[in-house]
Design a protein around this ligand. Structure first.
Ligand SMILES: Cc1cc2nc3c(=O)[nH]c(=O)nc-3n(C[C@H](O)[C@H](O)[C@H](O)COP(=O)(O)OP(=O)(O)OC[C@H]3O[C@@H](n4cnc5c(N)ncnc54)[C@H](O)[C@@H]3O)c2cc1C
Length: 482
């Protein structure tokens, strides 16, 4: 980085808030998408919204990129720095500014950890439903940028359903607040919904105004095992046909369950090919009735075993099976690639079977788990070597996307496009949508300074730039800093 830019950044945020050591740059060179990494020019921690605005002015003048980052748990590479970019680190913005019990809203800074926020509002008998599997580490800003889903999507929806307003900094340096506490508001275009899910390419979220619900009176959790995936998936359809919306309706295949059992040692049935984690919440009478109906539906669909948690410890144990799926599978392989496809719920057993066949044909094992209630599954490709045969992997992933699209699905339900899927996006959404998205980006960010190279920008922006291993990173760093 040239010293003029470095000095200007230091002038804006202070010396201690501009990280430039090798170790620090390396620590912010990747996110949870394992296989693409690169070094930022610097990591910058803003003190205020005005700092961010000034950094945008500087970036537009000096033409460097800004890559926003929350906790770096994203699974599509959205927080990975691309060429000639700084990382703008938002995870220090941790204040909960207001919990308004009259309007059932909360105002937070965007670096607040989702799980911590959930616990705080629950202690006031309030409830913030979006519950990504990473809730104990990810930030609310990152959730907003990815429109994160999670384990309660079927009944409660996803992050966008809980964002009433936002303070944002636009790429030209403008600071504005969109939305507000009004339950209804149709004044002009719905700009806030354009920004939600924009993967850090259209604005920086600095504050969020979140909608809260009253905390459900009670909840009941059950784990059900099936001999085959078809029975598990039919059970999901039958539960919904019975007009029950469980707060959680999650699936794990046999590979995942075996791996979770190895990791947690909690006596899971490792012979089952389909396991469902189901939770209902609401008032006690309604929950008891729903659980009873679900139990019967499971029996009709030949469930092997229905385990209903009787104590709080059992609830925690059953839930931990699904929440530890990713970590358990990741431990069983040298490297994992997490996929995220979504299909209409009626096609769930077909997509699972197709992915299992694709996995066998390509000789890359997968563990499949996910939010069956939303039709959203996460096949985790389990690579047994640090060295990836990228052609083979790309072929397999393309086959998974093709299979998903052929069933009327989408190539991402919640993890986003980022770097991981941008080559496939035009095929998934079509040229007109791509051109619409690019026009929006161009209006807001004509110099392409905010998270460049993500979602749909030309591949060339990153080509030849992303080092693939530590040796390459070392060499690349030398080129940058000399
Ligand atoms: C074990 C595990 C389980 C997961 N489970 C789920 C799940 O159930 N559901 C789900 O949806 N996702 C899940 N994820 C993915 C990930 O946790 C989410 O995408 C999450 O929203 C990312 O938050 P983060 O703070 O880590 O953001 P980061 O990874 O830091 O960033 C994600 C994107 O948001 C942008 N961004 C971050 N902060 C801001 C900001 N303040 N302003 C503007 N842009 C910003 C970044 O540039 C990047 O493009 C999981 C990940 C892991 C590792």
């Amino acid at each position: 980085m040239n010293s003029k830019i470095l000095n200007s950044l230091i002038e804006i945020v202070g010396k201690k808030n501009v990280l430039t050591s090798k170790e620090e740059l390396f620590a912010y060179s990747y996110d949870a998408l394992h296989f693409e990494t690169s070094l930022p020019l610097a990591v910058v921690i803003p003190n205020s919204v005005e700092d961010i605005s000034k950094i945008f002015y500087l970036a537009n003048e000096e033409k460097f990129g800004i890559v926003p980052r929350g906790s770096g748990t994203g699974l599509s590479g959205g927080a990975i720095p691309t060429k000639n970019s700084i990382v703008l680190l938002m995870n220090k913005w941790k204040n909960i500014l207001e919990i308004d019990e009259n309007n059932l809203t909360a105002t937070v800074e965007s670096g607040v950890i989702t799980g911590e926020f959930q616990s705080i509002v629950e202690s006031k008998d309030l409830f913030y439903p979006p519950d990504p599997g990473s809730s104990m580490i990810c930030t609310l800003g990152g959730n907003c940028a990815e429109n994160a889903g999670g384990l309660r999507g079927l009944k409660y929806g996803v992050t966008k359903n809980y964002i009433l307003g936002m303070e944002v900094v636009l790429p030209n340096g403008d600071i504005t607040f969109l939305g507000g506490k009004n339950v209804k508001d149709v004044a002009g275009y719905n700009l806030k919904d354009v920004l939600i899910g924009s993967e850090g390419t259209l604005c920086i979220f600095t504050k969020l105004l979140l909608k809260l619900l009253p905390k459900p009176q009670t909840q009941k959790t059950m784990l059900v095992t099936f001999e085959n995936i078809f029975d598990a998936s039919k059970t999901v359809s039958d539960i919904i046909k019975a007009k029950i919306l469980p707060s959680t309706l999650e699936f794990m295949d046999n590979v995942t369950v075996k791996s979770v059992q190895n990791f947690t040692k909690i006596n899971l049935d490792t012979t089952a090919n389909g396991t469902l984690l189901i939770e209902c919440d609401g008032n006690k009478f309604q929950v008891d009735e729903e659980i009873e109906t679900i139990k019967n539906i499971c029996k009709i669909n030949s469930a092997i075993k229905v385990k209903i948690a009787e104590t709080y410890d059992e609830v925690v144990m059953l839930k931990s099976t699904r929440k530890s799926a990713y970590a358990s599978l990741a431990r069983s392989a040298q490297q994992v690639i997490s996929e995220d496809v979504v299909v209409p719920r009626s096609e769930l057993s077909k997509i699972v079977e197709k992915i299992q066949t694709i996995s066998k044909n390509n000789d890359i094992p997968v563990g499949i788990f996910g939010h069956f209630g939303d039709g959203n599954i996460h096949p985790l490709c389990l690579l047994q070597s640090k060295k990836i045969d990228e052609n083979k992997l790309e072929k397999m992933l393309n086959e998974i996307y093709e299979a998903t699209i052929s069933l009327g699905g989408s190539i991402t339900g919640e993890h986003g496009i980022g770097l991981a899927k941008k080559d496939f996006l035009p095929k998934a959404v079509g040229d007109i949508s791509i051109s619409f998205m690019k026009s929006l980006k161009n209006v807001l960010d004509k110099n392409d300074i905010l998270n460049p190279g993500k979602i749909f920008s030309p591949k060339t922006r990153c080509e030849g730039y992303l080092p693939k291993n530590i040796e390459q990173i070392k060499n690349f760093e030398t080129q940058l800093w000399i």
